[in-house]
Design a protein around this ligand. Structure first.
Ligand code: F6R
Length: 607
């Protein structure tokens, strides 16, 4: 997730406006920043790695002159944070500049094609090829707007792109597919941005671009058109009623709720991980004699679920270990035949990094999965993947959990293909599931929000909760418990459901709330038995069931209905969503701030 912005003014300079808008978009990314403006028929660019204020001190980006310009704040996906990889990117002649938020999936093919035509690429990003595609089209003398339109038709993936061109200096052309892009209609000024807060102090009049639409902005006109046909679209502006603060949270009262609701998009982004990195990780794991999955907290729960998919899809043992226990418990086993796949949202968790260093010292290969490119984990890893969730502002991990686990499943699938352990039918079913995941998450969010609110209100006086699941749902249960515990300060419990009768059951008395995670997977018949055991002790049973499941529903006091037919390995990604909402609502009901739970830090950098 990055932030893009643009301004086309009648008079004055864009520098201060772009700087201000990028500051407001900083929550979308902050490892590099840059601006481009057309001045005297030439494009001038100021960009560098670093937070916006650091780059401002160094380059004075707020001083950029020119009436038309674009800006970018980056959250690296392709290529580490560096001056070359910072946006805007230009073509060979520096006549076109582009900023981008999203992922160009077919950039490798396009890069090869452009290099064969003699283009020289300067960065390691997927974005730069787009400037060169436009350059190629400009050679056909079709004009800037048409050159962008034809370039956009060649792109696969998700993108919000904005371009300036030295040949037509009064225009910004922007294109949207799946990544957010909003236009601000000012007085003798037009703006664009990834999000409304970027221009809210300047105008409350906004216009949304839909997927596969583009717009041409000048200071006094905004033309919207379809990318495929070039046909003009009539789009009326609307008035934004939000304050800047509400707008920064996407209209939600808290970042956590915004981030829970972002998951259809962040899961889709995670599933777009370039196959080459999946392949590199799968090859290393296939060669290894021992595989460990290493992490803390929520990231550990993603690893726990991943152990199930590595075993069931790739038929390989990958042992999940809590990082702070790793060297003490397994140090004696680690050697050059060991692969340690390390998962850390921040890439800076001290316990995780210490374990990684211990494993490196013993000769292990380190694979890293993180949300922060350029973090220490990426520097310690032999191969790393950025999960591309964008910054997570809520202290409790939500969207980064579902994205981490999505990438881990993709690695398991790559490994399964290499080891030929999955039938083509199973593979097809799983891939169909990947396509449907964003829809299943959206459907759950819209159908269960009120239901979860009601269940929370009914149970908010309970002093403790228990979460039970079997198989892959044990990870969901543990993660649901962690969210509730850390946000509501309730001593919640989670168990593999089968284990619950070996001790926990003594706690259960009339009305004790037990939440069952009960998808219709291979563990289903057994979990029915576990629900009965709890009911027999008069527990208050709340079950997360597939929509058509009457059996568990009839045994439960309350149900949370989930979509039908989710392939079992994917269930944690959807079933965790109502549990995140449950923890969020419980915290709010109790009067706690879900974004900043007491005693917790987003990144735990101490042992
Ligand atoms: C829970 C949470 C923490 C982190 C843990 C690891 O909501 O956020 O448990 O998951 O501190 O952090 P990373 O993934 O940054 O290593």
């Amino acid at each position: 997730m990055c932030g893009i912005s643009g301004a086309a003014l009648e008079a004055g300079d864009v520098g201060p406006i772009l700087y201000d808008s990028l500051k407001r978009l900083e929550y979308r990314g902050y490892d590099s920043v840059g601006e481009a403006a057309v001045i005297n028929g030439k494009i001038t660019i100021k960009k560098d790695a670093g937070k916006i204020d650091e780059v401002e001190r160094k380059l004075r980006i707020s001083d950029l002159r020119g009436t038309v310009g674009i800006g970018h704040t980056r959250w690296a996906t392709h290529g580490a944070p560096s001056q070359e990889n910072a946006h805007p990117h230009t073509d060979c002649n520096g006549r076109v500049a582009v900023v981008h938020n999203g992922i160009i999936e077919n950039f490798m093919e396009l890069k090869q094609e452009l290099e064969a035509k003699g283009h020289v690429l300067k960065s390691r990003t997927d974005t730069e090829i787009v400037a060169h595609l436009v350059e190629e089209n400009l050679k056909l003398k079709i004009g800037f707007v048409e050159a962008v339109r034809q370039a956009a038709k060649r792109l696969d993936g998700a993108y919000a792109l904005a371009f300036v061109c030295a040949d037509e200096p009064n225009k910004i052309v922007c294109v949207r597919k799946e990544s957010p892009l909003v236009i601000g209609v000012g007085t003798k000024a037009s703006y664009l941005a990834s999000d409304i807060p970027a221009f809210l102090p300047r105008t409350k009049s906004a216009m949304l671009l839909e997927d596969d639409e583009m717009a041409v902005l000048t200071c006094d006109q905004i033309r919207v058109m379809k990318v495929d046909s070039g046909e003009e679209v009539v789009r009326k502006p609307f008035t934004v009623e939000w304050s800047v603060e509400t707008a920064t949270k996407g209209g939600f009262p808290h970042f956590m709720l915004k981030e829970i609701n972002e998951q259809p998009l962040t899961v889709r982004n995670a599933l777009r991980t370039q196959p080459i990195y999946l392949e590199l990780m799968a090859s290393a794991m296939n060669r290894a004699k021992k595989i460990f999955l290493l992490a803390c907290g929520t990231s550990y729960h993603a690893c726990l679920a991943a152990a199930y998919v590595f075993a069931n899809l790739a038929k390989i043992e990958a042992t999940p270990v809590i990082a702070s226990e790793f060297i003490d418990s397994y140090g004696a086993l680690i050697d050059a035949d060991t692969v340690v796949l390390t998962v850390s949202q921040s890439g800076e968790t001290a316990d995780t990094l210490t374990a990684v260093r211990g494993a490196k010292d013993r000769g292990a290969t380190i694979l890293g999965l993180t949300n922060v490119m350029g973090s220490t984990l990426t520097r310690l890893s032999d191969v790393y993947i950025g999960q591309n969730s964008g910054p997570e502002m809520g202290v409790a991990a939500t969207k980064t959990f579902t994205a981490q686990y999505s990438v881990l499943i993709k690695i398991a699938v790559a490994l399964a293909q290499k080891r030929q352990t999955m039938s083509s039918k199973d593979l097809e079913r799983l891939e169909g599931g990947f396509d449907q995941l964003p829809e299943w998450i959206s459907a759950t969010l819209s159908s269960q929000n009120e239901n979860v609110r009601r269940i929370v209100e009914k149970n908010s006086d309970k002093g403790s909760f228990c979460f039970l699941g079997r198989g892959v749902s044990v990870a969901t249960a543990l993660e649901g418990r962690l969210k509730l515990l850390e946000l509501s300060y309730l001593p919640a419990i989670a168990y593999p459901a089968g284990e619950s009768k070996h001790g926990f059951i003594s706690v259960v008395e009339e009305g004790y709330p037990v939440l069952f995670i009960a998808p219709k997977d291979e563990a289903y018949p057994k979990i029915v038995g576990n629900v009965m055991e709890m009911k027999a002790r008069h527990a208050h049973v709340v079950s997360l069931v597939e929509g058509n499941d009457d059996q568990i529903a009839s045994l439960s006091d309350e149900t949370i209905q989930m979509p039908n037919g989710i392939p079992p390995p994917l269930t944690p990604i959807v079933f965790i969503v109502p549990l995140q909402l449950f923890a969020y609502r419980m915290a709010v009901t109790k009067g706690y701030d879900p974004d900043f739970p007491r005693n917790l830090a987003k990144s735990v950098t101490v042992h």
